[in-house]
Design a protein around this ligand. Structure first.
Ligand code: HEC
Length: 89
């Protein structure tokens, strides 16, 4: 009888691991997204997504450097967003 809780515990651990790894898979998909998509999804979470023409290329470099930390972006995502903003400004 003592074995039952262990089995349940193991099942819960496996389920949790499956959920966590499925989340990880989703964030890996970010590398397939365009800069415009990433901008739309990430830059309006805390404030209105600033439109590309708001800043010059140099100003975007600085803003993205700051917002990369805030938005917890990967290097790849930050580069893509910066490229999108600079081509559209
Ligand atoms: C986790 C919340 C958060 C996310 C996500 C976020 N920002 Fe911000 N952003 C802030 C906060 C807070 C400020 C104001 C304080 C500061 O400048 O650090 C700000 C300020 C800014 C400013 C300066 C505004 C001004 O008028 O000078 C720009 C530009 C900006 N964000 C762009 C972006 C872009 C582009 C993204 C997407 C990559 C983004 N932000 C994602 C929180 C966030």
């Amino acid at each position: 009888m003592k074995k039952i809780p262990i089995v349940i515990g193991l099942f819960a651990t496996i389920t949790t691991a499956a959920i966590i790894s499925s989340c990880a898979t989703t964030s890996d998909m970010a590398s397939l997204k365009s800069g415009a998509q990433l901008w739309g999804e990430n830059c309006l979470r805390c404030h209105n997504a600033p439109s590309p023409e708001t800043f010059s290329d140099t100003e975007w470099d600085v803003a993205i450097m700051h917002m990369r930390v805030r938005a917890n972006l990967t290097e790849d995502e930050a580069v893509k967003i910066a490229e999108f903003l600079k081509t559209a400004n």
